[in-house]
Design a protein. Structure first.
Lengths: 416, 166
């Protein structure tokens, strides 16, 4: 029996001919990403060239502790002469930045001290989040271990209807199949060919909320075009063998989907078609994070709010995933359109998504968000309710002041 | 006789116990010694005052879903002797193991216990016994190499011993 694309990366990087579910493998890590604070207690480092250091959760520093953390990161980068250090000004959310900078590459193994690291799976890169102590271990040793999990093949067919987005696809999967704890996803199918890199990165990122170990997308024309002129090193993509083994195959017909909203507090088994939640009043609408802080998300939001105003009593906050997204969103006029509608466009940061800064929720408030998580207390008060939807759903809801189906919003260019 | 056997009083939690419940957002940047007192404040306020060293956590599916927050450190600092869950999120499991916390995926464990029962957990073999009721179930013990990380007291202890960190 052959191996799937995930198993082939694990076999190659652990120096084995074959790996199968249940095996424990020790692999060489290609790239290790760390953010916000240095690790001054490290005496010896495996290889500074494998490190990517940056600032994202706490930038610009909102507290004195964060400022001192950022200072320790600058010192750490200088001490070990780390080439791939991104100071404030060239900052971005780690998962957005490593994609933009061509540092997350097909067939590579990447680790990061943040749980949404599976985001880089969109680049055919075997990537997962690690805790702080394990990041230290990898920086020192250059190696880590995985238990090879069983893999589900997701096949996308058909085309996404107007008003339905990749974000809705991953919500639908979570609602229909729950969590994939200890398991992996590989994505294929003709429906995927028409989903661009921004959408794939959204789906790969939110795979973390389905508890996957890895979520891997194919190396196809869309990805090859994205990496052309961007990849910082040569790479070897991973393709499944013809007789690759999968635990199950899930086929999703995109043309039958409607917008999907995740209800508060958890993601697995918790999505509903938007028709079941429309009309819920919202205090805050948020678009951002490693899931939806990219240029296409700004475009979707700008197209919906153009010529309209954010509802009275509702705050609309949109946060770019990187300085580069911000620059391009300004150039394209999206930022101006959003500001004219009464939205707040912030600096690039993880900020509101994790309840850190720039958009926390007060007691009892309701939020509709296109960010990563809806856990109790995630974005501020533990009594706040967090619904999750696509950027279009969020923007439409910001204008109406209640959860709104984006398919019912008339856009300005349609009225003209 | 396995030396990987722990016995303690059971605290029962449901499914999808996430990292943000263990370490709430306002506590992320606190010092390690200040974090444990905020554990489960949103879903079970007061629990940290009741849990005793040697107690055992029993949970449902998808335990530890969420962020990279070092949940294992919090449980170790609270004196929790082992976590047994129907299933673990991969990152949650790593963070428990890396903290040196005995961890065991075990289908059927949630139904085996009522809160307050006494559990005997052999995380070397996977056998879990309810000493109060006289029932048992066998979970899937982690591979030997990974049990080894727990035995060494977690990854930081290992790195310290090898001179990589201060």
């Amino acid at each position: 029996m052959g191996m799937n694309a995930i198993e082939k990366i694990l076999a190659k990087r652990s120096g084995q001919a074959i790996v199968k579910p249940g095996d424990v493998v020790v692999v060489d890590v290609d790239t290790a990403v760390s953010f916000d604070a240095g690790k001054p207690f490290i005496k010896k480092i495996h290889n500074p060239d494998m490190l990517v250091l940056l600032h994202d959760h706490m930038v610009p520093a909102p507290t004195l502790d964060a400022a001192n953390g950022a200072k320790s990161m600058r010192e750490f980068a200088a001490k070990f002469n780390v080439k791939n250090y991104f100071p404030v000004g060239r900052h971005g959310i780690s998962h957005v930045l490593v994609a933009e900078e061509g540092l997350a590459l097909p067939g590579n193994i990447l680790v990061n001290g943040d749980s949404h690291t599976c985001s880089s799976g969109a680049l055919n890169c075997l990537a997962r989040g690690m805790g702080p102590s394990e990041m230290t271990y990898i920086m020192c040793k250059g190696k880590t271990w995985y238990i090879v999990g069983p893999t589900t093949k997701v096949v996308l067919e058909g085309d996404l209807p107007e008003g339905v987005y990749p974000r809705d696809v991953i919500h639908y999967l979570a609602g229909q199949h729950g969590d994939f704890a200890g398991r992996n996803l590989e994505w294929y199918g003709p429906g995927l060919e028409k989903i661009g890199m921004d959408g794939r990165l959204t789906m790969a990122t939110i795979s973390a909320e389905l508890s996957v170990d890895f979520s891997l997308f194919p190396y196809d024309k869309v990805l090859a075009d994205y990496l052309d002129g961007r990849a910082k090193r040569p790479f070897e993509p991973s393709f499944p063998d013809d007789d690759a083994e999968y635990e199950q195959v899930i086929t999703i017909n995109l043309s039958e989907l409607e917008p999907q909203v995740v209800l508060p507090n958890k993601v697995a088994w918790n999505s509903k078609p938007i028709s079941e939640v429309v009309g819920k009043r919202v205090d805050q609408a948020f678009i951002g994070s490693c899931a939806n802080g990219r240029l296409s998300d700004f475009k979707i939001a700008a197209d919906i709010v153009r010529g309209k105003k954010v509802a009275e009593g509702t705050r609309f906050i949109i946060t770019p995933g990187s300085q580069d997204v911000m620059r391009r969103a300004v150039k394209a006029g999206y930022v101006e359109t959003l500001l004219e509608a009464g939205a707040v466009v912030t600096n690039s940061t993880c900020g509101a998504c994790y309840g850190g800064h720039m958009g926390l929720l007060a007691d009892g408030e309701v939020c509709i968000t296109a960010s990563t998580r809806n856990f109790k207390g995630r974005m501020g008060s533990a009594s706040a309710e967090i619904y999750m939807g696509s950027p279009a759903t969020v923007a439409a809801s910001a204008i109406a002041g209640v959860i709104t189906d984006p398919r019912t919003v008339q856009k300005v260019e349609e009225l003209a | 006789m396995s030396n990987k056997k722990v016995t303690g009083k059971v605290w029962k939690f449901g499914s999808d116990i996430n990292t943000d419940l263990v370490i709430p957002n306002f506590a992320i940047y606190m010092k390690r010694e200040e974090q444990p007192q905020h554990c489960f404040v949103a879903n079970r306020p007061g629990w940290v005052d009741e849990v005793q060293p040697g107690d055992i956590l029993i949970a449902g599916t998808n335990f530890g879903v969420g962020s990279g927050r070092p949940i294992g450190d919090v449980f170790v600092d609270l004196g929790v002797a082992a976590v047994v869950a129907e299933s673990f999120n991969g990152l949650g499991l790593r963070n428990c193991v890396n903290a040196g916390l005995a961890s065991l995926p075990c289908k059927g464990v949630l139904d085996l216990f009522d809160e307050g029962d006494i559990a005997e957990v052999d995380w070397g073999t996977g056998e879990v016994r309810n000493l109060t009721k006289g029932t048992s179930v066998t979970g899937q013990a982690l591979p030997q190499d990974i049990q080894g990380i727990v035995e060494e007291g977690g990854v930081m202890a290992k790195l310290r011993k090898e001179g990589f960190v201060t």
